[in-house]
Design a protein around this ligand. Structure first.
Ligand code: HEM
Length: 199
């Protein structure tokens, strides 16, 4: 449930929030979608690959608000970094990769707090390290559903922008909280309690 549902729910929510804060990008996506669909109000498989600017906006939202903000790993063999520091292998060491922090690393991203979909244009992406942007993790255990998730977000955004204009509610700014909410069934906790990744 967490892998396939909560992630896209979080991704779509933050995407809509980013769109609401940036009407200029919202309108550009809307125009792109209207141009692709023409008179249609349903989306065909072939349409998804044409949503270039919309895809850039989704990626920029996943950069600022990654639905999976961190992943953990145990090392099969030790690593030594170029600065001489090293991490041990073995069952008793668990390492956290902070995806949220990687996505806001000032050495890689200029003005990282700013929402700028043009970061993901082909020219601007070309020189960037392949691991600078990791919403779906990387390596052999990366997200098996990432293509599905991107398509789901494209469809959700496209159909929403065709019918609605998104505007923020300044009286209720969203507060990012890193947590996993258990279902009622099978949970040892009460309804108001949560599992937190940060403890
Ligand atoms: C925006 C949406 C999504 C995000 C950001 C996301 C992110 C991730 C990340 C970061 C991992 C790696 C976890 C780790 O390395 O420990 C992962 C794994 C996984 N994801 Fe997703 N995911 C998304 C949507 C989906 C969807 C829609 C599905 C299924 C339809 C899915 C299925 C999986 C599965 C099965 C794994 C485990 C793969 C493995 O361990 O080999 N994810 N996801």
């Amino acid at each position: 449930m967490f892998g396939g549902h909560d992630t896209t729910a979080s991704g779509i929510s933050w995407l809509f929030y980013c769109m609401s804060l940036h009407p200029e990008h919202q309108q550009r996506c809307r125009e792109e979608i209207q141009e692709i669909l023409g008179e249609r109000d349903t989306i065909e498989w072939e349409d998804l690959g044409k949503m270039t600017y919309t895809t850039m906006c989704i990626k920029e939202s996943l950069r600022l608000f990654p639905p999976v903000p961190a992943v953990s790993r145990q090392l099969a063999k030790p690593i030594t970094f170029s600065d001489g520091r090293s991490l041990p292998a073995g069952l008793f060491s668990l390492f956290i990769l902070n995806i949220f922090a990687i996505h806001r690393n000032r050495d890689v991203w200029e003005d990282p707090e700013i929402y700028d979909p043009m970061r993901f244009s082909p020219e601007n992406s070309a020189q960037r390290h392949s691991h600078a942007f990791l919403p779906f993790s990387a390596g052999s255990r990366n997200c098996i559903g990432q293509q599905f998730a991107m398509n789901e977000m494209k469809v959700a955004l496209a159909l929403t922008l065709l019918h609605f204009e998104l505007a923020p509610d300044p009286s209720r700014p969203p507060i990012p909280i890193s947590q996993i909410q258990p279902t009622q069934a099978g949970s040892q906790q009460g309804p108001g309690e949560t599992w937190s990744r940060e403890g």
